[in-house]
Design a protein around this ligand. Structure first.
Ligand code: ADP
Length: 258
């Protein structure tokens, strides 16, 4: 059991994205992305490299500011990117989710435990004793209590990613976002990290996971969305979408992977 439980009752709509658009200069990366997830559900996003998957995830977490469309997460008010959102609106959206990155993105000059407590202490201003105790529990949970005072460069990729995941949990987000969480790992370390993510899914965390691990998506996701050219081409139950895709572009993509 996680020491920090998901906070939203299962089945409540938790994420609703409509018509999300984002360009970098003259490159239109997201043309119109629609996504939705209910509490306790896992959405896997698949698609070719460069199709906009990471950008979509970063827009959800406020790491990129979308140019158009709306995002609603949890109880935060809907943010309409068609008009310039206020700082307060963006902050309220950002508070709802936490991101796990492909390259872990731990602070290199902070120890494992310092990485975990940074957000809860500095951003959320929670009491230090409580935050430290919770961080230690989280490290114990992922078998890294003895690494609490270790710096990222002294940890394996798998260990760094486990710290990355509990760092996200420590923020007590409503929504966990994973951006290809295992694609930088040596093959023998992938299973451990996927196993941890699966455990969190079974505990009822709501997640959006960008992944190339189709077998994992089939096992863990409630829904799979195929993104290509900055839009969701097709979405559906994993067994349906992965076995009997409706669109030629999805078929081509899956043929290349399988
Ligand atoms: P994916 O995750 O599907 O591989 P990305 O969202 O990372 O795709 O990237 C989609 C496109 O957007 C790529 O062509 C990429 O080069 C471009 N892109 C992403 N971030 C930026 C940025 N900050 N500035 C300019 N172009 C970017």
């Amino acid at each position: 059991m996680s020491p920090i439980e998901p906070t939203v009752p299962a089945g409540t709509p938790l994420l609703d994205v409509v018509g999300l658009r984002k360009s970098f200069g003259s490159t239109e990366v997201l043309r119109s992305v629609d996504l939705s997830v209910s509490a306790g559900q896992v959405l896997a996003i698949i698609g070719p490299s460069g199709s906009g998957k990471t950008t979509a995830l970063r827009c959800l977490n406020g790491l990129e500011v979308a140019d158009g469309g709306t995002i609603t997460i949890g109880r935060a008010p809907t943010v309409d990117f068609g008009v310039t959102p206020s700082k307060a609106q963006l902050a309220s959206l950002r508070d709802q989710s936490a991101m796990v990155f492909q390259h872990y993105n731990l602070f290199p000059h902070k120890t494992a435990i310092e990485n975990i407590i940074e957000g809860p202490l500095v951003v959320q201003r929670r009491p230090e004793a409580e935050v430290r105790a919770e961080a230690l529990e989280l490290l114990e949970r992922v078998g890294l209590a003895d690494k609490r005072d270790t710096y990222p460069f002294e940890l394996s990729g798998g260990q760094q990613q486990r710290v990355g995941i509990v760092r996200a949990l420590a923020l007590r987000p409503r929504l966990l976002l994973f951006d290809e969480p295992t694609s930088a790992l040596d093959p023998e370390l992938v299973g451990d990290v996927l196993g941890l993510i699966k455990e969190l899914a079974l505990e009822g965390w709501t997640m959006v996971i960008v992944t190339h691990e189709l077998q994992f998506a089939r096992e863990v996701a409630h829904e799979v969305a195929f993104i290509d050219g900055g839009t969701v081409v097709e979405r559906g139950r994993p067994d349906q979408l992965l076995r009997e895709p409706q669109h030629e572009r999805t078929r081509q993509f899956l043929r290349r992977l399988l």
